[in-house]
Design a protein around this ligand. Structure first.
Ligand code: ATP
Length: 209
């Protein structure tokens, strides 16, 4: 079982949020600006240590921080994929190398295996023909497709999406939303969004702050 159960308390930001996500489900997290949605994702990704809280993913503890306990799994060992509004890609690496980079950590042995796996993922998200381009040589939609491949290629047990469609041109949003609906099926996911169309297309359950 790889469902998520978490609580994140960051008093200096006025954040105290708790939620659970069943294995394989997508939870949409919506709420006003400043209500702590991105803070919660940062804690789950391991980028920010809450003052108090816990996060359990299946039988693993990502963190458990109280007055008396301090368990903290570093970001690189969490097996959590994080997709942000602006694609997080290395500008000096090709699309293929960007995707392959994460596969070293995911335990895919051998350069050729990683290259093939990266190419397969780029094909799957519709940018197989751009494998040798760098992010600066792609459109916003193409770069976000590459970032989706990068996040999913390593087989994350939890996927975090922070407004993944907000920075894209309106005309490519429906295609990328459809792609996300396909690739997120069966994955435990927290999706932060302000857009009802994302909730309808992608979410199994909604948590409104
Ligand atoms: N790096 C930071 N340092 C200090 N305070 C921050 C930082 N980032 C966010 N905050 C504050 O923490 C609170 C929660 O912000 P957060 O970005 O998590 O909200 P959000 O729900 O994601 O908002 P939005 O919908 O605008 O993206 C806000 O009051 C914000 O001003």
């Amino acid at each position: 079982m790889t469902g998520l159960d978490c609580r994140v308390v960051v008093p200096e930001r006025g954040v105290d949020l708790a939620l659970t996500v069943d294995e394989g489900q997508t939870l949409a997290l919506t709420g006003p600006n400043g209500s702590g949605k991105s803070t919660l994702l940062s804690a789950l990704a391991g980028w920010l240590r809450p003052e108090t809280g816990h996060a359990r993913l299946g039988d693993r503890t990502l963190f458990d921080v109280t007055d008396s306990r301090d368990t903290w799994t570093p970001a690189r060992r969490r097996n959590v994929g994080y997709l942000t509004q602006d694609p997080l890609l290395f500008p000096h690496l090709t699309a293929e190398a960007n995707v392959a980079f994460g596969l070293v950590r995911a335990g895919v042995v051998g350069r050729r295996n990683r290259r093939n796996a990266a190419r397969d993922w780029l094909e799957r998200v519709g940018v197989g023909q751009l494998a040798s381009r760098r992010p600066g040589e792609m459109s916003g939609g193409q770069a976000q497709r590459t970032a989706i491949a990068r996040v999913l290629a390593s087989g994350p047990e939890l996927v975090l999406l922070d407004e993944p469609l907000s920075a894209l041109d309106a005309q490519v949003v429906p295609q990328i939303r459809e792609l996300l609906a396909e690739v997120l099926t069966g994955r435990t996911t927290v999706l932060v969004t302000h857009h009802e169309a994302d909730v309808v297309a992608l979410a199994d359950v909604v948590h409104r702050i």
